[in-house]
Design a protein around this ligand. Sequence first.
Ligand code: ZN
Length: 198
Amino acid sequence: MEKLKALTRLEESLVKLPSVGRRSAERMAYALLSMDEEDLNEFSDALKNLKQSIHVCPICGFLTDGEQCEICSSSEREKDILMIVSYPKDVIAFENAETYHGLYHVLNGAISLGKGGGVDSLNINSLLERVSENHFNEVIIATNPTIEGEATALYVAKLLEDKVDKVTRLAYGLQMGGNLEYTDSLTLSKAIEGRRKL
Ligand code: ZN
């Protein structure tokens, strides 16, 4: 039997989510179909609103629905230490680990060696502006322990070489090829403690 077009359309969107296969997408689609109209409208509004209300913080590149993100606008953060990460998800991982209380800079990507670099799409200009306008005692480079992450770390370290006194890189207990996003809080905390000077 041929599936109803509206359900197929919805399933095509659902399978794009992480850990959602065809079977789960189908179950979700039917679950949505059986929701009452009010709940479904709320769900659809939340989706439509998502990209409109959330944007990139102009200072650090993290996500915010305000003018500046929560971290940049907080008076409780240590302002003389900066951690550079590739993705907003990495900020969330470090925040959940509750060990680091400084500021962040999100590159929103990594250098991909196979695809001709990708340096231009990184949030680098605002980083250089930031380090020239503020004094940081230390900049920690916390890109993923992958080939791309390493290439990005080396590139950024070179850029910061004569602009920042102390540039460090996270220690490894971190698994090579792994993602910070999926690394547990204890390992992340250890990696921060054991960071080494570049
Ligand atoms: Zn920010």
